[in-house]
Ligand binder design. Sequence first.
Ligand code: LIP
Length: 298
Amino acid sequence: MEFVCRAKMNGLWVSKAIMADVWQSSMDHAVAVARKAGEMVRGALKDDRTVMTKSSAVDLVTQTDQKVEQLIIQSVKEKFPTHRFIGEESVAAGESCNLTDDPTWIIDPIDGTTNFVHAFPFVAVSIGFSVNKQVEFGVVYSCLEDKMFTARRGRGAFCNGEPLQVSEQTDIHQAIVATEFGSSRDPTAVDHIFRSLRNILCLPVHGVRGAGTAAINMCLVASGCAEAYYEIGIHVWDVAAGSLIVSEAGGVLLDVDGGDVDLMSRRIVAANNRTIAERIVKEIESFTLQRDDAPLQS
Ligand code: LIP
């Protein structure tokens, strides 16, 4: 949609065409509902100790994950009845995980469920929104830190309204690299993970970190606090929002084999620049996992 606005410049009236953002109201809604969801998560942090498991004994889920996802989906359905959803807990309950061209809300109600269970203080509500399989906006609410990360495709990334910019570092030896061990305890997968970690640690890098949530790790890259994040085993709901936040902050996304990233592939490298991303790729021992619609078995 195009609007024409008139403004006076140097005493002359000029007309300017302004493109309205068709997804602005969806994004506003995502921010509002993420904040509400965050309140719910904070409220439940001390109380919800009913821990269930999903694909493995260490892939945890709580009633709060389920309640928060229902809250988000319900409120979006009321406002945008034609939109589709991929939600972590809906998929766990048997719904399909197909990313189509339709407007789709990609939801992780609690990214960092293990952190939540232990009150380890990094927990995020992550909402990505894609159209034609392209992420249009991403919202990550780090609810215990009260940090609202947002990005709109082509319009930058922000934390609590302040613009984000990735680090300028191009020397891997001066980098902090974030990663996670994931929720597979299959010894072969764990061996691959450890060999990659060893390769990267011994480059050497300044340090390796992990916040326990993919979404927050990616926001740390976007904020310039870490140079890179990589993981094999994540799901689309862990990274949809964070991927746009990283790229809108000036970063790059790659597959762990160096090709283009595919958010459904369960693998990602997110870095401040291509030099760092490609250096990380060189050190990763990749292994194949099943696709999103087939949960990772332990
Ligand atoms: C978790 C991630 C974490 C990753 C786990 C899991 P959840 O998400 O954010 O970084 O290592 O495999 O996917 O289950 O807490 O939403």
